[in-house]
Design a protein around this ligand. Structure first.
Ligand code: DQA
Length: 142
């Protein structure tokens, strides 16, 4: 089963960036752990700070992969293009946010992508990615 985790802007700085909100573990270290825990899945990771690169990646994987775990970061709250890209592809997308966006500023309460996603996982920190992988590992998609 081919699953990709796609990260949007500033998430390359996880572990360094605002650790009180996002924790102090780098995503590279966490991703190594995930790959060991989910050795039966074929797991990939892609990060970009550029909206168009994220759209391109969704198009590239969105007709052949079994699942996409997407934390679009700030583009969640601004990008009609990412919402349209998810609507256009076939692969199911689970939206993840590390922090509880509903406990933060009002501009983080709206997502342009949620309505196009299979589900949304918010506020559980990095373990939220495990919940998304469990969804794909345990659910039959056809
Ligand atoms: C985030 C929440 C967004 O509001 C923010 O812009 C991010 C990270 C999260 O994972 O909690 O960059 O998506």
């Amino acid at each position: 089963m081919k699953i990709i985790i796609i990260h949007g802007p500033n998430l390359n700085l996880l572990g360094v960036r605002e650790p009180g909100i996002y924790g102090s573990e780098s995503f590279d270290a966490f991703f190594d752990t995930l790959k060991k825990e989910y050795a039966s899945l074929s797991l990939e990771y892609f990060q970009s700070n550029h909206e168009g690169a994220l759209v391109d990646k969704l198009h590239e994987v969105g007709f052949s992969y079994d699942g996409i775990v997407l934390n679009a970061a700030a583009y969640t709250h601004t990008s009609v293009a990412l919402g349209d890209a998810i609507a256009a592809i076939k692969t199911p997308v689970v939206e993840v946010h590390i922090s509880n966006v509903y406990a933060r500023e009002a501009f983080r309460h709206h997502s342009f992508i949620s309505k196009h996603c299979a589900g949304v996982i918010v506020g559980f920190g990095l373990p939220g990615y495990r919940l998304a992988l469990e969804y794909f590992a345990r659910t039959q998609h056809s």
